[in-house]
Structures are given as structure tokens and as C-alpha cells.
Design a binder for this molecule. Structure first.
Ligand code: CA
Ligand code: CA
Length: 244
């Protein structure tokens, strides 16, 4: 009778509180789908200038999104002071419409950021402010024709994020992290447990871009496992009793 105790142990492990978890992502795109630069040379490289966005993590506790981390490095420090985060775009049901925009206000300072409910089609130019217009101070060094900011005219404020800030004085090739804490926003930002989240992010100059999908954690198997374990325990005891 070794199998049932093993199952019980497994079920109890599954039923115990789990640490925060989510999904990690890497930078697997040069630009967002549908937004190649009209300058073909810019589409041949992941990074134009600096920083290099490396990837990061969507951190969940159960189905509740706690925050977003981005890791980045500084392949160059030239013009670093002019480069700041663009907005975060989240499509919580991956239907081709952004549902949440986290507005970074073109600032690298730590502090509060507004989070909006939006309904912006990926492919609609009216959904965005573009790199060409946003990064206009320095002679057109930006990646051309790339979304950077969300159009917020129809947006509704749903809460705020606490931003950790963006490195101001980087050491060449060192890796840094930025974090947006959205744990104070209730309602999972509309995320559907077990579903798929699509995200997009870039800097004001769109020199490097993040875009991809990841899984929203499904309801934990703990409660189900405990029920099963309870049932198994009853069966096990009943069988032992009968044998005894
Ligand atoms: Ca990159
Ligand atoms: Ca959507």
C-alpha cells in the first residue's frame, strides 16, 4: 500500500500555499507585428542604439497580476538621458484589442503611474502615438513608424501602478530591472484565468520592442487535489479497515 500515501503527499503539496509565480518572457521580436520600420535597415537589428530590452516576467499570485518586470542593459550610454519608457499595452483576452494601457508619462522617475481601461485595435493607427512624433528632439534617430503611447481619449482610469524607476546612470553592459507594481488594482485587470495575455512595450524611441503572449494562471489545482486526497484517504482507510 505505497501508492495511496504517495498520492496523498502529492495532493497535500499541491494544496499548500504556492509562492508568487507567473511567466517569464524574452525579447523575441524586432518590432511589434505589423509595425516594421519603413527603413529596412532598422528591421535587421533588435536594438537601435540603447537600451537593449532583454525580457522580463509577469508576476502573478494565483490569478492576480502583481506586477511586470523588465530586464535591460546598456549597450551604449550615448543619448541615454533622452530615452524613457513608453506605455505598457495589455490585451487580457488576446482578441486583437488592447484592454489595458499603463501610461508611463514619458518619465523614468520612480513613482505612481496611471493605468487605464482602453479598447484599442492593434492594427489601428489611431490607437497610438508613434515613435516619429514622440521622439522628435534629436534628429530622427528613432525606429520609425512604431507605436509608443496609447491613445487615451476614450480611456477610463482603473487604478495606479507603482513604478520602480529607470536607471539614470548605467554601467556599460550591466543588466538592470524595472518593475511596475499593479498589485493594488483589483479585478485581475480583466484577466481571464487559464487564458492568454498579450503584451506590448517599447521605449519612446522604439529602439527596442517587446511583444508576445503568456498564460494567465488557471485556478490552482490545490482545492481539487485536496478533494481528491480526501476521497482517496477515505477509500484507503476503508480498505485498511476491511483488511484489518
Ligand atoms: Ca532586445
Ligand atoms: Ca482584448
Amino acid at each position: 500500500m505505497y501508492r495511496l500515501p504517495l498520492l496523498l503527499t502529492l495532493a497535500l503539496l499541491l494544496g499548500s500555499p504556492l509562492p508568487a509565480h507567473g511567466f517569464v518572457f524574452s525579447d523575441s521580436v524586432v518590432h511589434w507585428p505589423g509595425y516594421a520600420s519603413p527603413l529596412s535597415g532598422q528591421n535587421a537589428r533588435d536594438v537601435n542604439g540603447t537600451p537593449d530590452l532583454l525580457g522580463g516576467e509577469f508576476v502573478f499570485n494565483g490569478q492576480h497580476l502583481l506586477g511586470i518586470r523588465v530586464d535591460y542593459s546598456a549597450p551604449s550610454t550615448a543619448l541615454w538621458d533622452t530615452v524613457v519608457p513608453g506605455d505598457w499595452f495589455l490585451d487580457v483576452d488576446s482578441d486583437g484589442y488592447w484592454d489595458v494601457a499603463l501610461a508611463n508619462a514619458l518619465s523614468r522617475e520612480a513613482g505612481s503611474r496611471n493605468v487605464y481601461g482602453v479598447n484599442l485595435a492593434y492594427g489601428d493607427a489611431g490607437s497610438y502615438a508613434f515613435s516619429d512624433d514622440v521622439y522628435n528632439a534629436l534628429g530622427g534617430l528613432e525606429r520609425k513608424g512604431h507605436p509608443v503611447l496609447a491613445t487615451l481619449e476614450q480611456a477610463g482610469l482603473i487604478g495606479s501602478a507603482a513604478f520602480s524607476g529607470w536607471e539614470k546612470d548605467p554601467v556599460l553592459a550591466d543588466t538592470y530591472s524595472a518593475y511596475w507594481d499593479v498589485s493594488g488594482i483589483s479585478g485581475l485587470l480583466g484577466l481571464s484565468p487559464g487564458g492568454t495575455l498579450t503584451y506590448g512595450f517599447t521605449m519612446n524611441c522604439a529602439n527596442d520592442a517587446l511583444h508576445g503572449q503568456g498564460p494567465v494562471p488557471a485556478p490552482e489545482p490545490g482545492s481539487q487535489a485536496l478533494l481528491l486526497a480526501g476521497g482517496a484517504g477515505v477509500v484507503w482507510k476503508a480498505r485498511r479497515k476491511r483488511r484489518g
